[in-house]
Design a protein around this ligand. Structure first.
Ligand code: FES
Ligand code: FES
Length: 196
């Protein structure tokens, strides 16, 4: 396995479970390799499409998405399940892809920000994000939208407390929290009785 990262990894940003990797700088990039022989192939279903990943079992999903599948809408923030920037859905539940080894995801349905608008609910949330002009710098927003959709899959009409509780793990350094709350409520009301 030979995996390219987009930015130089600082020691504190190496995800849990990757301590055994050799990290080799290549100009402004780094290469992650286990230094071992042939790697197993994992077939993951991402946004409805089966894709093969010739990677070590403990490689986090975020790396497979961004650096192998080139689905770069999902962002790297903390690498430690603390910020929510890397949130995707596994079987419709919001998860932190930065700490989720690919070996446990075979046979599961993975949805990323690139595929979330394939559902009525995902489209409604993205529409509400636009009409409420939620985004500022945008870095956290893929994760925010994925967590919002996951919330609305389980709660049709969330209260402020429901929203705060569900979204508390998604950090926004630009402070867009009040607009996120408004957008979730708008998406909830626009999809009443229409979600498949
Ligand atoms: S990058 Fe995964 S939670 Fe921060
Ligand atoms: S919009 Fe900038 S971090 Fe959330």
């Amino acid at each position: 396995m030979h995996l390219l990262m987009e930015t130089i990894i600082l020691p504190w940003a190496v995800p849990i479970g990757t301590e055994s990797y050799e990290i080799v700088e290549i100009h402004d990039r780094v290469s992650l390799t286990t230094g071992e022989g042939a790697e197993p192939v994992f077939v993951l279903n991402i946004n409805g499409v089966d894709q093969s990943f010739d990677l070590s079992p403990d490689v986090p999903l975020l790396w497979a998405l961004r650096d192998v599948a080139h689905l770069t809408g999902t962002k790297f923030g903390c690498g430690m399940a603390l910020c929510g920037a890397c949130t995707v859905h596994v079987d419709d539940v919001g998860v932190r892809s930065c700490v989720l080894p690919i070996s446990g995801l075979v046979g599961k349905k993975i949805t990323t920000i690139e595929g979330v608008a394939d559902s009525t609910l995902g489209r409604a949330v993205q529409t509400a994000w636009l009409s409420n002009e939620v985004v500022q710098c945008g870095y956290c927003q893929s994760g925010q939208i994925m967590s919002a959709v996951a919330l609305l899959k389980t709660v049709d009409s969330p209260s402020d407390a429901d929203i705060d509780n569900a979204m508390s793990g998604n950090i926004c350094r630009c402070g867009t929290y009040s607009r996120i709350r408004d957008a979730i409520k708008e998406a909830a009301s626009s999809t009443q009785g229409k979600v498949e």
